[in-house]
Ligand binder design. Sequence first.
Ligand code: GLN
Length: 534
Amino acid sequence: MAKTKYVFITGGVLSGLGKGIVTASTGLLIKSMGYSVTAIKIDPYVNVDAGTMNPFMHGEVFVTEDGGETDLDLGHYERFLGINLSKENNITTGQVYLSVITKERKGEYLGKCVQIIPHITDEIKNRIRRIARNNEADVVLVEIGGTVGDIESLPFLEAIRQMRIEEGRNNTVSIHVALAPILSVTGEQKTKPVQHSIQELRRIGIMPDIVVVRSQRDLEPEARQKIALYSNLPVDAVFGDPDVDTIYEVPLLLHSKGYTRCIARLLDLEYKEPDISKWEEFVNRVKNTGKKVRIAMIGKYTKLHDSYISIIEALRHSGAWNNVGIELKWYESTEIERGRIKPEKIVEETDAAIILPGFGKRGAEGKIQAIKTLRENNKPVLGICFGMQLMVIEIFRNVIGWEKANSTELDPNTPYPVVDLLPSQYNVKHLGGSMRLGAHPIKIVRDTIAYKMYNKGLIYERHRHRYEVNPKYLDKLESAGVRVSGWSMEGYPEFIEMKQYKTIFFGSQPHPEFKSRPLEPSPVYTYFVKIIKR
Ligand code: GLN
């Protein structure tokens, strides 16, 4: 096998620039030339994984097939590259220090003073190279989270500096993504922040080979010249990356500017015209401005849409597949609870609703109120994870008449624990990485909506939960017209659906959104959008 090539992506000026999208787009273009690709996200925070972080701070916790609770950028990589990644593909400071300290305690560094250079940096390099080996990838993309100049990212940048020498110049490329702001008063595109972040990167010892400049509009020729001059680069290595309608357009835009050829040249890879026709077709469908469906997104982290990014993307994929535009309308469940948003308003303003996943008491009653009104009005309802659990509680309270029915997550003393802790969770003490996580098989019952969705008897979806619909009360649920249409191997209800319902009332314990891809949309979301469109 030829030597593995590495693409390192750093960011400057601000976080949240869309570095993950640039990384994913670069990967897609290299893969479309016919090379095998994998991608790594480095998060310089001290948490071991994203699982214990509030989505409000950091956006969605993405779940991998092997049960990793990772940064949401892994979701972008999977969607653009069309591959499954492992939890190993998300490296954090916490993981690196944890293994170095564990080794130190075992005596593996006996006699030595353990230091950031070389011990921490070696651990970082080993992890990156191990992923390259395990995946037998031609090209490995490594994105460093945060912004150049952050104290926490220094050991990672140092590791990359070393790797560029060890792997050889023709085998690595360094891409720097930075922002050129536009002054609202004069409308001028300013390059100084980009110049400064490149200087900072150079101070650390990394010379970028390519600079990608994010801006509201495309990079002006003078600005491009200026950035090239200050970064010591030819003009054709500086690429404008303006705001676009959909993130899926970014690879097409970069490719049209000669980006793929530039990367191939720098990595000494044979250039092959990338096959992106299916992707182009998908982008045209996403941009479809014809008929639109309005979907209510009901949750408690609605102020940061990134908290639900995989659901949003799954809906975009499904809309494209169904040839219909998706308009999302956000409703904060705590506001419903306080009476500031009337559930009737949601019924009036939208064609369907998604009851979003979540944890804990805040906003839960608001979601239950919304489900009741939506159900009474025959609106299409899709509940994901916590959303499904709340749909079940609503049925028990308002159809069966058990007013105090609840989840033990919300009321540990409820007389009717219709949603209860999974038996496998009884003895769990630590909260990190201990939920029921990752892909598990699900048996689909024939002649159900779930079967119509998947058209298969056995499927795999990804999970992230501690509670389940209590199997003890399933007969009662059945008597109210709700059946279980998907089962786990251990006998946990995985999908529930209302049998007699004018549109669709469907709950999913797993998160099918994590596996939805532009060219292979999630069966659950695709079917749901198809019903709304009717
Ligand atoms: N809080 C619920 C549970 O732990 C649902 C979790 C979720 O929506 N991801 O089971």
